[in-house]
Write a protein that binds this ligand. Structure first.
Ligand SMILES: *Cc1c(COP(=O)(O)O)cnc(C)c1O
Length: 392
């Protein structure tokens, strides 16, 4: 009998060790990790430089209050602003908290800086933004909301890539539009470049803030440090978490200069906002990504992975489509893929789902061609065996 809440459906595997692209279970079985803790361990497991930074920070100091300064926090924030369109950073401890901060700063900017009464946030169906009350309300999926009524007011959902629906949803109370450029949990669906450019123009015209949830697409995952770089636009606010600390739990809300006065002292905070250890993990993660050119490598490896998958799965009628950007890749199948995931585990390959019919591949950004070949081989074998079993 477990003492944990049954919030997760867990596979019957217990991991005890990881290094690079490999994980080992308590039976000593080795796995090739193509899910990276859901896009978290972007530099692979226990990356040397991040480990060393954490160990040396553990010897110095673990926590000081945000009533004082710590050099790591300024340095981590500057690394982020130097390498993005943002001018300021608020650190937190998870993706949901980062989105919560984004929603709060958008409303507060409209209400306190501009002095209007705007509060509505437009988000998209099939989106995923987190599990706090505000972020599950922002999420465009009913299953995360069941049993949690009443939900906070002021969230409107429209279909992705539907400009007419966005325009119809705008009112004089619209504060912000919030989206993932690639809906990851929702099935690996990309926002169209034209739609995103029009969204940016619409926001500028109407005084609406554009919030990008880059929690899964950020930190090199799509082949650029941030996915908005593919689209030729810049958000007013964006959020990061998953890949930013190599597995150390951290999140960040970043925004442009006009937003800065919206978060005056006392307006927002968190005890653990940017602790010395968390920010040591962030600094070492970003520095390693820049030194290793991780985004470029993800772009090249992503193209390789997608083309090899398309070649290997081309003849399988149970595969509908291989799609993605960089190393955020979906394989859409004709039916549910839950059993496929289990069969892949037995062969030592870890992947996850994105909705019922889509397998999602999220290898680390430094994955090698040999590892890609190994994963593609296992995927092709398992998917063709399942096809054979289904047609017999
Ligand atoms: C994972 C995720 C979140 C939530 O992050 P948590 O750290 O689990 O709170 C929000 N948005 C997107 C796009 C995500 O992938």
């Amino acid at each position: 009998m477990s003492s944990l809440f049954p919030t997760f459906t867990r596979y019957p595997i217990t991991f005890v060790k990881g290094k690079g692209s490999r994980l080992w279970d308590d039976q000593g079985k080795e796995y090739l990790d193509f899910m990276t803790g859901i896009a978290v361990t972007g530099l692979g497991h226990v990356p040397e430089r991040v480990k060393n930074a954490l160990v040396s920070q553990l010897d110095q100091v673990w926590h000081v209050s945000n009533l004082f300064h710590h050099p790591n926090q300024e340095k981590a924030a500057k690394l982020l602003t130097d390498n993005s369109c943002a001018d300021a950073v608020f650190f937190c401890n998870s993706g949901a908290e980062a989105n919560e901060a984004a929603i709060k700063i958008a409303r507060r900017y409209q209400q306190k800086v501009l002095g209007n009464g705007r509060y509505e946030i437009i988000t998209f169906t099939k989106s995923f933004h987190g599990r706090t009350l505000a972020t599950l309300t922002a999420t465009g999926q009913d299953k995360v909301k069941e049993g949690f009524l009443p939900l906070p007011e002021g969230f409107v959902h429209v279909p992705l890539n539907d400009m007419a629906a966005v325009k119809a949803a705008i009112t004089d109370k619209t504060a912000a539009i919030m989206l993932e450029l690639i809906q990851a949990e929702g099935g690996v669906h990309a926002a169209e470049p034209q739609f995103v450019r029009e969204l940016r123009e619409l926001c500028d015209r109407e005084g609406i803030l554009l919030i990008l949830d880059e929690i899964q697409t950020g930190m090199g995952r799509t082949g650029k440090l941030f996915a908005y770089e593919h689209y030729g636009i810049e958000p007013d606010i964006f959020t990061l978490a998953k890949g930013i600390g190599s597995g150390f739990p951290v999140g960040a809300m970043l925004a442009k200069a006009p937003l800065i006065p919206a978060f005056s002292p006392g307006s927002h905070g968190s005890t653990f906002s940017g602790t010395p250890i968390a920010t040591a993990a962030i600094i070492a993660t970003i520095e390693t990504m820049l030194i290793e050119q991780a985004p470029n490598r993800a772009a090249a490896s992503g193209e390789l992975l997608v083309s090899k998958l398309r070649a290997a799965l081309n003849d399988l009628p149970n595969v509908v489509e291989v799609r993605g950007l960089g190393l955020l890749v979906g394989i859409e199948c004709t039916g549910p893929v839950a059993d496929t995931v289990t069969a892949l585990h037995q062969r030592g390959l870890l992947v996850i789902t994105a909705g019922a019919n889509v397998l999602r591949l999220l290898p680390n950004l430094l994955v090698t061609e040999e590892e890609i070949d190994e994963a593609v081989g296992i995927l092709a074998a398992v998917l063709s065996e399942q096809l054979a079993a289904a047609t017999n």
